[in-house]
Design a protein around this ligand. Structure first.
Ligand code: FES
Length: 215
């Protein structure tokens, strides 16, 4: 075999090898994407609320939102509850809080929809400032609304301590089980922003959308 032919053969073998490597990588990537797709579908599975004879759901779902071992102090977890597309913020505050759960009674969650005009507020740790307003320094762990500066005290059941919000942030009722899993099981008053129909019934929170899945 000539040097030329042997070089061509080597080139073809290397070409085949690269092709095989490429196919292997492509298969791995498509497998990973398929798994990610399944995970994302599973995460977003929703069921319609169980309706009463009048068509209105009356019971809050029980949904796992995190576990004690997964949380770090001051790092927020966002989850939809009780309806899809309605964000709530769960956070371990590092100090005992009203309505807090967990070994230290410091894990709380609130509807993140501002009671003023419905913007989404964010968590600001004690002594820190929100990026939108560096002159504000949080006197306690708070929810701070970037739209008009409403401030909710997360140690005190979402009490308004600044800005125009007319009502506290609704607190999510949490439970933990023996393995440390944390569940959302209901919402305290007031009614979540946008759901107030004028009645005092908390089932207002359950109307107008799709309940997240009970787990
Ligand atoms: S919408 Fe939050 S302060 Fe106005």
């Amino acid at each position: 075999m000539s040097a030329d032919q042997s070089g061509r053969l080597r080139g073809e073998e290397e070409g085949d090898k690269s092709k095989r490597e490429f196919l292997k990588i492509a298969a791995a990537i498509s497998g990973a994407l398929a798994l990610a797709g399944i995970a994302s579908v599973m995460k977003s599975v929703v069921v319609p609320a169980v309706p009463t004879s009048s068509g209105t759901p009356t019971e809050f779902p029980r949904v796992k939102v995190s576990s004690v071992s997964e949380l770090s102090t001051g790092v927020a977890v966002i989850f939809d509850y009780p309806l899809t597309n309605e964000p709530n913020l769960l956070v371990k505050l590092g100090q005992k809080a009203e309505g807090g759960v967990g070994p230290d009674g410091d894990i709380v969650a609130f509807s993140q929809i501002c009671q003023h005009l419905g913007c989404i507020w964010g968590f600001v740790a004690q002594g820190k400032s929100p990026t939108v307003n560096p002159s504000f320094v949080a006197p306690s762990p708070v929810g701070y609304c970037p739209c008009h500066g409403s401030v909710y005290d997360l140690l005190e059941a979402g009490k308004v301590i600044g800005g125009p919000a007319p009502r506290p942030a609704p607190q999510v009722q949490l439970e933990t089980d023996s393995s440390g899993d944390i569940y959302a099981v209901g919402m305290g008053p007031p009614t979540i922003f946008g759901h107030d129909t004028g009645s005092t019934d908390v089932s207002d929170d359950l109307q107008g959308g799709t309940l997240v899945t009970s787990t």
